[in-house]
Design a protein around this ligand. Structure first.
Ligand code: NAD
Length: 389
């Protein structure tokens, strides 16, 4: 079986799906690796490193003509969608819940699509394949560094002959994997850290990292399925943003990570909350998206400064800015999944397996993932909120 690593082409994307040391792990399973010329350049992995590890370095044309499995970080580059052929497989983070039309296109082309973002998170045997976790860890860490670089004062308490600098007050909204990593990183830099999440189980996790958990009296638990949060009702949303605003106003730095699977990220920092913050405060919105993020006025990939001096960083793809660490972790995740899917030197698709049921999105010309198929069957084939997202 030939597995091929494409060169990612999304703007700012510097990760690569496999690092060279994965090649030796795949060989015993009968998997030969092809690597598109320059695929690892963004993560400082030259073609020669892949060639030395046993991969064949090829152009895009040969790659799509000969590969059995195409390995990507995000969705395949748009021109590649025309090149894919029936019976080929694509494995990557394809975000099928927010982009079900891609699944429909791949199914129509007879391509088997496997998406690491559908992995069951709480299954212990799936943990080595958990790319959402590995990439969220990278993102949570980098979010704090991005905030510290933008902030005009120190994070730690510093007592010097020139005076005492108080520590920065930093609040993390959404304390899943990325949020907890942000809390740990901010504590190591000496900030005074608090965290808030709508899932009550995260209180103990936040406190175990030495941070304070913010408890709201107006909103109850919103734990959903699979350890994820559910979407709040309009009344709950209003109560939450009203009560959070008082906490946000006291912060120097706010990092937001809140997500609800397949939905637009919830708005947590409103215009009013922004107006109550002190000039010089910094917000990193990891939920920033074209449809809006966790922070009013944030724009993905851009830094916006409000009229009252609040810097809002729309950090939509932080893992791509730590490409070596993010690629190395992702490579382990995708290698582990590929080995799980392979039997006798070929892909063995079997959706009665818990892991495969989560990750296999299309097969044999059909969208086989019930959640994604359900989205496509809704009116007009649009996404969950009617806008394709
Ligand atoms: P995520 O990226 O889907 O969301 C980030 C955080 O935002 C979550 O903690 C969520 O509760 C929170 N959130 C959503 N709406 C919110 C709102 N309105 N207000 C405040 N917070 C809000 O989450 P994730 O980091 O992918 O983690 C999802 C779950 O998976 C967690 O329960 C995590 O512990 C679990 N998990 C388990 C394992 C494991 O068992 N091995 C591994 C990884 C993740």
């Amino acid at each position: 079986m030939k597995a091929a690593v494409v060169r990612e082409t999304a703007p700012g994307e510097r990760r690569v799906a496999l690092v060279p040391d994965a090649i030796a792990k795949l060989a015993p399973a009968g998997i030969d690796v092809l690597v598109e010329t320059g695929a690892g350049d963004g993560a400082w992995l030259p073609d020669s490193a892949y060639a030395e590890a046993g991969a064949a370095i090829v152009g895009a044309g040969e790659l799509y003509r000969t590969a059995d499995v195409v390995l990507t970080v995000t969705r395949p580059p748009a021109p590649a969608l025309q090149e894919l052929r029936p019976g080929q497989a694509v494995i990557g983070m394809l975000a099928p819940l927010s982009d079900p039309e891609l699944a429909a296109t791949l199914a129509a082309a007879g391509v088997t699509a496997v998406s690491l973002d559908g992995l069951p998170r709480t299954l212990s045997r799936a943990q080595p394949m958990d790319a959402l976790t590995s990439q969220s860890n990278v993102a949570g860490y980098k979010a704090v560094l991005v905030a510290a670089a933008e902030f005009g004062r120190y994070f730690p308490l510093l007592i010097t002959a020139a005076g005492t600098a108080p520590p920065a007050k930093l609040l993390v909204l959404g304390t899943g994997v990325a949020g907890l990593q942000a809390i740990g990183t901010a504590r190591r830099l000496g900030a005074v850290v608090s965290g808030y999440d709508i899932r009550p189980t995260s209180k103990a996790e936040v406190e175990s990292l030495g941070a304070t958990f913010v408890e709201l009296t107006s909103v109850g638990s919103a734990a959903g399925e699979g350890g994820y949060a559910r979407e709040l009702t309009a009344e709950e949303r209003q109560a939450q943003t009203d009560e959070l605003a008082a906490h946000i106003a006291r912060q120097d730095v706010v990092i937001t990570t809140a997500q609800v699977p397949g939905r637009r990220p919830p708005l947590l920092v409103t215009e009013d909350a922004l107006k109550a913050m002190n000039p010089g405060s910094v917000i990193v919105d990891m939920g920033a998206s074209a449809l809006g993020g966790n922070v009013a006025g944030s724009r993905p990939g851009e830094t916006v400064v409000t009229g009252n001096g609040i810097t809002i960083i729309g950090a939509d793809n932080l893992p791509a800015t730590v490409p070596a660490a993010a690629s190395s972790a992702y490579s382990r995740n995708i290698t582990s999944l590929l080995l799980h899917l392979t039997s006798g030197g070929a892909l063995a698709i079997d959706t009665s397996d818990d892991i495969q049921a989560g990750v296999v999105i299309t097969h044999d010309g059909q969208v086989v993932h019930p959640g994604v198929a359900g989205l496509l069957h809704r009116e007009g084939g649009a996404g969950v909120d009617g806008t394709g997202h």
